[in-house]
Every structure is written in structure tokens, then in C-alpha cells.
Design a protein. Structure first.
Length: 201
């Protein structure tokens, strides 16, 4: 079975969806590690409750980004991690880190990339006035929110949507789309050719 490391920074609702999918054997893999960059993240409560190994590492405690990331890589190697699942990890990984796990890192983004990259995608989409937004799961490469797209799902924006109402529907979609993508990933169903991704369901 493949070993997953899930990276989080905050609430961890996507982590929870992945934990549940693993428990229900919808994803046949081990969540070997949760990596978190904040000691107070609620994601840690979820990981502890599920009995998952935790590695908390705050960048402020390191002299630079490279030594911070080297620390993470050391732990990933120790746990023989096959895939890295970024689930609300609000930090940009360097080219060094990405090289260590080339095409083995995936991310979920709460908008239809390449629109609304960055940390405030739901608000940005709403403020822009788009009628359709959604969720993207993509491979992570050196550029921000720009790696090859694996799966996307769209949702309609309603005239009376506020950030919280739209976020609720976006998150609900994430919680099914991400576990589904991870299931394809661990079964080797995702084929990457240049920027093009084919999913052999
Ligand atoms: C999710 O909506 C995820 O798409 C987003 O952070 C949230 C984390 O929620 N990620 C990004 O915006 C990345 N640019 P969670 O901690 O409850 O899973």
C-alpha cells in the first residue's frame, strides 16, 4: 500500500475527508504522516484523533527555507512517503522540495485554475463576479497553482452568494473530489504527459 503524507495549515476539513475515505477503504493507502506548519492548527486535533503520526514544524524556527524544507524531507523519507497531498497547506514549496517528489505532489485549489490563483480564491472569484467557479486538483510544480490539472468540477455562483455561502458549497465539492482523485492516484490511474493528464477510471 502507498504511504501518504497530508500537509495542512488550518482547519483540516480536507484532511478529515481523506481520513474518512481511508477508514471506509474507499482509498486503499496509509496516511502515514500529517505535516503541519502551525502548532495551533485544528487539523492536528483531527490527526491525533485518528492516531496519525504528526510532524509540526514552524518555519520561524529555522534559519532559512532550505533548512526548513530539509527537515520535512528527512521525515518524509523516514516514513517512506510515496505521495504528498497538500490540503490547505498555505506555504509555497521551493524547487528543491518539488524535485525530491517530482509528480508525486498534488494540491487542491478552491477555484477553476488558472483563474483565481493564490490564498483567497473563493473571495476573489466572488468579487470578480464570475457565474461559475469550482474546484481544481492539480500536480504541484515550481510555479504557483500552475501544475498540470488532474480533475476539475464546476459550481454555479448564485446572485445572493456571500463568501461563506459559496465557500460552503466549494468545500463540500472538495471533500468528494479530493478523496476520489487520491484514490485514482494510489491506484496508478493518473497518467501525465507534458501538461496533459489522463485519468483511466
Ligand atoms: C481548502 O478550501 C483548500 O482548497 C484551500 O484551503 C482550504 C483548506 O481547508 N487551499 C488553497 O486556497 C490553496 N491555495 P481545510 O483546512 O478545511 O481543508
Amino acid at each position: 500500500m502507498k504511504n501518504l503524507a497530508v500537509f495542512c495549515s488550518g482547519f483540516g476539513s480536507n484532511l478529515q475527508a481523506i481520513i474518512t475515505a481511508v477508514k471506509k477503504k474507499k482509498i486503499k493507502a496509509n496516511i502515514s504522516l500529517v505535516v503541519c506548519d502551525r502548532v495551533d492548527a485544528f487539523a492536528l486535533v483531527r490527526a491525533k484523533k485518528a492516531g496519525i503520526n504528526i510532524y509540526v514544524s514552524e518555519p520561524e524556527n529555522f534559519k532559512d527555507k532550505l533548512s526548513y524544507e530539509r527537515g520535512i524531507v528527512r521525515v518524509l523519507k523516514k516514513h517512506k512517503i510515496d505521495f504528498i497531498i497538500l490540503a490547505g497547506f498555505m506555504r509555497i514549496l521551493s524547487a528543491y522540495f518539488i524535485r525530491q517528489y517530482k509528480n508525486k505532489i498534488v494540491n487542491i485549489h478552491p477555484a477553476l485554475l488558472p483563474s483565481f490563483k493564490g490564498k483567497a480564491a473563493i473571495k476573489d472569484a466572488l468579487d470578480y463576479g464570475v457565474k461559475i467557479t469550482g474546484v481544481t486538483v492539480h500536480f504541484v510544480d515550481e510555479k504557483i497553482d500552475a501544475g498540470p490539472i488532474i480533475l476539475q468540477r464546476a459550481i454555479a455562483v448564485r446572485d445572493d452568494d456571500r463568501e461563506d455561502t459559496l465557500a460552503k458549497r466549494v468545500h463540500k465539492l472538495e471533500h468528494t473530489l479530493y478523496p476520489q482523485t487520491i484514490e485514482y492516484l494510489v491506484r496508478n490511474k493518473i497518467l501525465l504527459k507534458g501538461r496533459k493528464v489522463r485519468v483511466n477510471k
